[in-house]
Design a protein around this ligand. Structure first.
Ligand SMILES: [Zn+2]
Length: 192
């Protein structure tokens, strides 16, 4: 299942985004108007979790190093109801990684993961983010998935993150976390 998710570190700003290697972390120079968004670094997405990204736990050290350069950090947490519509188990005859049609379009179906309040949904305990000040929880509407930290998958329901960043005077964000091809990518694109 891990072939569906990858663990590169993706970084984004309001004007450009690029995929980078961990060594790139040393070259980032955030200013007072920059924030780091740390996406879904939860037990469910590392080895031993319900939807693991192969080697995902290794990203924690890189993220901790990045975090030292930021005064403003926002964290996201995938936070599903039991029986969430994005779970294959909620659809008779469907297996994980198959797709189904939802009111908002095609939905990839996942193994049950990141159920609210479970250890699986907790942030990885080695994550050290001393200046993190906001946790955005997403995917808690039973019938709507949410990859992006800004807008749920119906592309209508806002999380409020855009308004928060504007209110804090933030005009550049760097996005990292798990997994690159889904929640990090959607967050980076919406940030732009
Ligand atoms: Zn999810």
């Amino acid at each position: 299942m891990s072939a569906h998710l990858s663990r590169r570190v993706l970084l984004a700003s309001t004007v450009a985004f690029a995929v980078a290697r961990p060594s790139f972390a040393a070259t980032i120079k955030p200013d007072a108007k920059s924030a780091l968004i740390v996406v879904d670094v939860q037990n469910c997405f590392v080895d031993g979790g319900t939807l693991p990204v192969k080697g995902g736990a290794q990203d924690v050290l890189v993220i901790n190093k990045l975090a030292g350069a930021f005064e403003k950090i926002v964290v996201t947490q995938d936070w599903h109801t039991e029986g969430h519509a994005s779970f294959a188990s909620a659809h008779a005859g469907k297996k994980p990684f198959e797709t189904t049609q939802m009111s908002y379009g095609t939905q990839v179906l996942w193994p049950d993961h990141c159920v609210q309040g479970s250890d699986d949904a907790a942030l990885v305990k080695d994550l050290k983010l001393p200046t993190a000040q906001l946790i955005i929880r997403k995917g808690f509407h039973k019938d709507i998935d949410s990859y992006s930290a800004f807008e749920e998958a119906d592309r209508k329901t806002a999380t409020g993150l855009a308004a928060y960043l504007k209110a804090r005077g933030i005009d550049t964000v760097f996005v990292t976390g798990l997994a690159t091809d889904f929640c990090v990518a959607w967050t980076a694109i919406d940030a732009r």
